[in-house]
Design a binder for this molecule. Structure first.
Ligand SMILES: NC(=O)c1ccc[n+]([C@@H]2O[C@H](COP(=O)([O-])OP(=O)(O)OC[C@H]3O[C@@H](n4cnc5c(N)ncnc54)[C@H](O)[C@@H]3O)[C@@H](O)[C@H]2O)c1
Length: 401
C-alpha cells in the first residue's frame, strides 16, 4: 500500500509548492491518497477552485477536512481528528503558521506519523529537542523544508566550500524582502510582534544556508526591528536587520521586510554574498537569488497576486512546464525539496523495517545533513529564540544557549 499524506494547513505555501509537489509524486505512483485539513472550509474551497492546480493536475483531488458545513466556522482542533484516523507510519505535512507547528508535529508523532514541516521547525530550542527525542524513540522521520538547500547553487557552494576552495567565511550579507502587498494577506493575522517578525519568518533561510554551506554554527545574534501596522491594525516588525556572529568569529548581516515595491520585477528580492579568507587572498561567494537572468515583458498582467507587466521570473524555484504528458509538471528546487523530504520518510520505512533499523536510517539522514532535521538543524531554533529576545529588547546582542 502506498503511504497516505495528510497536509495540515491550506494557505499560500500549500497552493504554491506543497500540494503540486505531492500531486506530482502521487501521479508518479510514489504516494497514495492526499488529504488536507484546514482551520476553515473556505481555505479548501480556494484550493479546489485554483485554476493553475486544475490545469496542472486535471485528474487529481484531495479529501478535505472539514468537508461540509459552514466554510467560515473555525475548527482549530480538527487536525487532531484528521491525524487520528490515519493508519500508523504514514506522512503528515505541517503547513500552519509558525507558532502552531509544535502542537501539530507532536500530535502527529504521538499518532506514529512521519512528519515533513515547513520552516521554521518551531520557535523554541527546547521544543526542537523534544521533537527530536520523540521522533527518535518512535523511529520516525521529521524533515524541515528549507528549500534553498535544494537550489543547485547552494549544493555547489557547499561542496566547493567543504573542499576548501573558498577558504574560511569572514563577513557576509544576505537579504530577502517580500513585496509590500503581503501585508494585506493572511500574514497580518499571525506575523505580529507577539509571535514573529520578518527575520523569524524569512531570515532563517539564510542563517540555515550559511550553516549548510560552511558547517559553521551561529553563536550570537542581535535583531533590530521596526514595528509598523498591518492593514487590519495589528502590529508587526515589518522591517528587520539582524547580525549573526558565528563560532569562528564570522559575521552575517541579514535584512528582511515585507516592503519590496509591488511594481518591482520578481516576486521579491533576495541574495547572499559571503566574503571569505584564503591563505594568501580573499575568496567570494555571491548569489543573486532573485534575478536569475530572465527578463520578460508581457502584453498583460497575469492573474496571480502581485503580477507585474515587466517581470524577472525565477526558473529555478518552482515552475510548471508542459512535457506533453497531459497536465503540467512541477520543476525546480521547491519541488525537489518536497520530493527529498517525502522520499526520506519513505526510505525510513522501506530500508529501515523494525525500530532499530529505522533508527539506523535516521542516524544516516542526520549525519548526511542534507535534509534539515530537529537534531541536525536546531541551531535555527536557538537563533530564532535569541532573535526574538533581541528584537523585543531593542536589538540587544544575545548569546545563543
Ligand atoms: N519559504 C518558505 O519556506 C515558506 C514560504 C511561505 C510560508 N512558509 C511557512 O508556511 C507556514 C504557513 O505559511 P503560509 O504562507 O501558507 O500562511 P497562510 O497564512 O497563507 O496559511 C496558513 C494556513 O494555516 C491554516 N491553519 C491555521 N490554523 C490552523 C489549524 N489550527 N488547523 C488547520 N489549519 C490551520 C489556515 O487556515 C491557513 O490555511 C508558515 O509556518 C510559514 O513560515 C514557508
Amino acid at each position: 500500500m502506498l503511504p497516505e499524506v495528510l497536509i495540515v494547513g491550506a494557505g499560500m505555501i500549500v497552493h504554491d509548492q506543497l500540494l503540486p509537489s505531492l500531486y506530482h509524486m502521487q501521479r508518479q505512483g510514489r504516494i497514495g491518497a492526499i488529504s488536507i485539513c484546514a482551520q476553515h472550509g473556505r481555505s479548501l474551497q480556494a484550493l479546489r477552485a485554483a485554476a493553475d492546480l486544475a490545469e496542472a493536475f486535471p485528474d487529481q483531488s484531495f479529501r478535505g477536512f472539514p468537508e461540509t458545513g459552514d466554510p467560515d466556522r473555525a475548527q482549530p482542533d480538527l487536525f487532531r481528528e484528521a491525524i487520528a484516523r490515519m493508519p500508523p507510519r504514514q506522512i503528515v505535512v505541517v503547513a500552519v503558521p509558525d507558532q502552531l507547528h509544535f502542537d501539530v508535529i507532536m500530535a502527529a508523532l504521538a499518532a506514529d506519523q512521519h512528519v515533513c514541516t515547513v520552516k521554521p521547525l518551531v520557535l523554541k530550542h527546547a521544543q526542537a529537542a523534544q521533537i527530536a527525542d520523540e521522533a527518535w524513540r518512535r523511529g520516525l522521520a521529521v524533515g524541515v523544508e528549507y528549500h534553498k538547500r535544494f537550489d543547485d547553487r547552494s549544493l555547489m557552494a557547499r561542496r566547493k566550500y567543504r573542499d576548501g576552495l573558498f577558504g574560511e567565511f569572514r563577513l557576509g550579507t544576505a537579504c530577502l524582502l517580500e513585496k509590500w502587498y503581503y501585508r494585506a494577506s493572511n500574514f497580518q493575522n499571525w506575523m505580529t510582534t507577539e509571535y514573529s517578525d520578518a527575520f523569524t519568518y524569512i531570515g532563517c533561510h539564510y542563517v540555515d544556508l550559511v550553516h549548510f554551506i560552511t558547517g559553521l554554527l551561529p553563536k550570537a545574534v542581535s535583531v533590530y526591528g521596526i514595528p509598523e501596522r498591518f492593514p487590519n491594525g495589528s502590529e508587526g516588525f515589518l522591517w528587520t536587520d539582524a547580525r549573526v556572529i558565528w563560532n569562528n568569529g564570522a559575521c552575517l548581516n541579514v535584512q528582511n521586510a515585507l516592503g519590496f515595491p509591488d511594481a518591482a520585477p520578481g516576486t521579491n528580492t533576495q541574495g547572499l554574498t559571503m566574503y571569505c579568507k584564503g591563505e594568501t587572498d580573499g575568496a567570494l561567494i555571491a548569489h543573486s537569488d532573485q534575478y536569475r537572468g530572465l527578463k520578460y515583458c508581457y502584453t498583460r498582467k497575469g492573474p496571480a497576486a502581485g503580477s507585474t507587466l515587466y517581470a524577472e521570473p525565477s526558473p529555478d524555484y518552482f515552475q510548471y512546464v508542459d512535457l506533453g504528458s497531459g497536465g503540467l509538471v512541477p520543476v525546480g528546487y521547491g519541488y525537489r525539496s518536497v520530493e527529498y523530504l517525502i522520499q526520506s520518510c519513505l526510505r525510513v520505512e522501506t530500508e529501515g523495517g523494525d525500530l532499530a533499523g529505522r533508527q539506523r536510517i535516521l542516524r544516516q539522514i542526520d549525519e548526511a545533513g542534507v535534509m534539515a532535521t530537529p537534531r541536525n538543524s536546531s541551531y535555527n531554533e536557538r537563533v530564532i529564540e535569541a532573535g526574538r529576545e533581541s528584537i523585543l529588547n531593542g536589538g540587544k546582542p544575545v548569546e545563543l544557549g
